[in-house]
Design a protein around this ligand. Structure first.
Ligand SMILES: [Zn+2]
Ligand SMILES: [Zn+2]
Ligand SMILES: [Zn+2]
Ligand SMILES: [Zn+2]
Ligand SMILES: [Zn+2]
Ligand SMILES: [Zn+2]
Ligand SMILES: [Zn+2]
Length: 236
C-alpha cells in the first residue's frame, strides 16, 4: 500500500472503522490474521484497528471422539491450555481400555490414558480367608500382597487335623467291617460242615411236636378233669 496523498485521522466521533476523509472506502474483505483456532472470517470489510470478537460457534468432537460439542469460538480461542482441556471434554468417562483390561477412570481427556489404573480390585491371601481392596496398579507393580496371618495358619492346621482324624476313623471302620465279614463267613462255613443234618432233623422234630401239641394235650387234659370229677363224686 503506497501513501500517495496526505492522510489525516478519521473523524474522532466515528468508531475508527471508516477511512479518513481523503480516502475512499476499501471494499475488500479483512485480511488481518484470525485468532489461532478460529476458522471463521472477519465480519467486517477491510478496516483499521482490531477485528471484532468472533461470535460464531464451533462444532468439534470431544477428546474421546464420542460426542460432538458446540462451543463459542471466542471462548475456545481465548482459553488457556487447562481451560481448553475442559472445554473440549464431553465430561463422560473415558471409553478407552487400559492394558490391564479395566476401563480408564478419567473423564474424557486429551492425550494418553494414565498408566496407573485406579480400579479397586480384591486381593485375597493364599487360603482365601483374608481379603482387602487395593488399586489395580499396585498389584501390577507387585507392591500389593496379602500374607496369611497366624489365625489363617491355625485354621489350616486344625482343618488338616480333622481331615487326618476322619481318614483314620474311616480306615479303622473299614478294617472292622472286613474282620466281621471274615468271621461271619468262617462261621457259616463251619456251621454248614458240622450241623447241617442234625440241625435239619431237630427242626423237623420240633415243628411236628409244635403241630400236634394241642391235639395230644387237649384230650389228656379232658380225661384228667373227668377223672378228678369222678373221684370227687366217688369219694362222697
Ligand atoms: Zn483495504
Ligand atoms: Zn471464529
Ligand atoms: Zn477484521
Ligand atoms: Zn468425550
Ligand atoms: Zn486395572
Ligand atoms: Zn482415558
Ligand atoms: Zn490366609
Amino acid at each position: 500500500m503506497k501513501e500517495c496523498h496526505h492522510v489525516t485521522e478519521s473523524n474522532s466521533s466515528s468508531d475508527g472503522k471508516k477511512a479518513g476523509p481523503e480516502c475512499s472506502q476499501c471494499e475488500e474483505e479483512c485480511t488481518k490474521p484470525r485468532p489461532s483456532g478460529c476458522p471463521h472470517r472477519c465480519v467486517l470489510p477491510c478496516h483499521p484497528g482490531d477485528c471484532p470478537s468472533c461470535l460464531q460457534m464451533l462444532k468439534i468432537k470431544c477428546h474421546c471422539k464420542l460426542s460432538v460439542l458446540y462451543i463459542e469460538c471466542l471462548k475456545l480461542t481465548s482459553a488457556d491450555l487447562k481451560e481448553k482441556e475442559l472445554l473440549v471434554s464431553c465430561r463422560n468417562q473415558c471409553p478407552k481400555e487400559l492394558p490391564c483390561g479395566h476401563r480408564c477412570k478419567e473423564i474424557c481427556h486429551s492425550g494418553c490414558c494414565p498408566v496407573n489404573c485406579s480400579q479397586k480390585v480384591k486381593l485375597r491371601c493364599l487360603c482365601k480367608r483374608l481379603k482387602k481392596e487395593v488399586q489395580c496398579c499396585k498389584i501390577q507393580e507387585g507392591q500389593a500382597s496379602l500374607e496369611c496371618d497366624a489365625l489363617c495358619k491355625e485354621m489350616k492346621r486344625k482343618a488338616y487335623e480333622i481331615k487326618e482324624a476322619e481318614a483314620k476313623a474311616a480306615l479303622e471302620e473299614e478294617k472292622r467291617r472286613q474282620q466281621a465279614e471274615l468271621e461271619a463267613f468262617e462261621n457259616r462255613l463251619k456251621g454248614r460242615r458240622k450241623n447241617k443234618r442234625r440241625k435239619d432233623e431237630v427242626e423237623v422234630e420240633q415243628s411236628s411236636w409244635q403241630k400236634y401239641k394241642n391235639l395230644i394235650m387237649l384230650p389228656v387234659f379232658g380225661v384228667a378233669v373227668v377223672m378228678v370229677a369222678w373221684l370227687m363224686v366217688y369219694n362222697d
